[in-house]
Design a protein around this ligand. Structure first.
Ligand SMILES: [Fe+2]
Ligand SMILES: [Fe+2]
Length: 315
């Protein structure tokens, strides 16, 4: 892996900056990807509000510090691993299904009800962090939404930990992953499970799922704000072309941006009856090219949390 994250105070002349994390006002002066040529350029970065810098050591000078890998990497699992633990995941999916179903049916579900499942997912991620990737064969049409929600929950948990977020935030991220598509349960199955592309009217119906989910979850007074935000805004885009509120970048929080990354990554890498799933490197490369849609700095953080095997060919 040639890209690593460093603190802005570690910058040196000769380093190649691949991406900047945070709000970067001087991209017109230095460009989006550039080699540091002078102390003045370092000063521009150090005196800005950005929070971190991603340098590419294949294209520029190395950092003196060690690369930042705060969480265990998601390693590639063997078929055997996946086979052996499929039952465990099926169990988690069934549990997620029952919790999501309870909320959908209007039963009072406390935040604490999610704790055992969140802990189970966390434990499984520690034992074998790649399990939730490529679970396509578990996705029958009937349980596709639940298994997808569970994958997004596990990815968000891992992502949050790799960002060294506090335990409560990580727990809420995981819960948000499980509930982000709850609004889809209100969408007619013939649209949701349609093979092939949707027409405009059908797309319109599907695009109501974040709003429907938000209304449903808002009825639960104890629902954490982060869960509500992610449910409502996980299809927003940085360029304002997302839905349902067409939010612009500054109105989209880092946690929501993280949820969008995990959501799309899982959608691209999983197979559907009408399409083959993409490989992880294919999906990540596609996403890395879309800065108008995904936060580039967070994309790098996500990539760096994965095993190099899964990110081959991106750099
Ligand atoms: Fe969604
Ligand atoms: Fe989703």
């Amino acid at each position: 892996m040639a890209v690593t994250k460093i603190d802005k105070s570690q910058l040196k002349v000769g380093m190649f900056v691949e991406a900047i994390e945070g709000v970067w006002q001087d991209s017109s002066t230095l460009g989006r990807r550039f080699t540091i040529r002078s102390g003045h350029e370092i000063d521009l970065i150090v005196n800005s509000n950005i929070s971190g810098v991603f340098i590419n050591t294949a294209l520029g000078q190395n950092a003196s510090g060690s690369p930042l890998h705060p969480a265990k990497n998601i390693a590639s699992a063997t078929r055997q691993d996946k086979f052996e633990t499929a039952a465990k995941i099926q169990g988690h999916a069934a549990e997620a299904r029952s919790l999501i179903g309870d909320i959908f049916d209007g039963r009072a579900v406390t935040v604490e009800s999610f704790t055992p499942l969140v802990n189970d997912v966390a434990r499984t991620m520690e034992e074998n962090p790649s399990l939730y990737i490529g679970m396509s064969r578990l996705r029958s049409r009937d349980n596709a939404t639940f298994v997808h929600s569970l994958s997004v929950a596990a990815l968000l948990l891992h992502f949050g930990r790799s960002m060294q977020m506090d335990d409560e935030t990580v727990q809420h991220l995981c819960m948000a992953g499980m509930l982000h598509d709850i609004g889809k349960l209100s969408i007619p199955k013939q649209i949701l499970q349609k093979q092939g592309p949707l027409n405009a009217a059908e797309r319109n119906v599907v695009e109501q799922h974040p709003g429907l989910g938000y209304e449903l979850l808002s009825a639960n007074l104890n629902m954490p704000k982060l869960v509500l935000d992610i449910c409502r805004s996980h299809h927003e885009r940085l360029d304002g072309k997302g839905y349902p509120d067409r939010l612009m970048a500054d109105a989209i929080s880092p946690e929501v941006r993280m949820s969008t990354i995990c959501d799309v990554f899982d959608a691209l890498t999983s197979a559907r009856p009408y399409k083959k799933g993409w490989s992880s490197p294919q999906a990540l490369s596609w996403m890395m090219c879309r800065e108008d849609q995904f936060d580039k700095g967070l994309m790098w953080r996500f990539v760096l949390s994965l095993d190099p095997e899964m990110t081959k060919g991106i750099l």
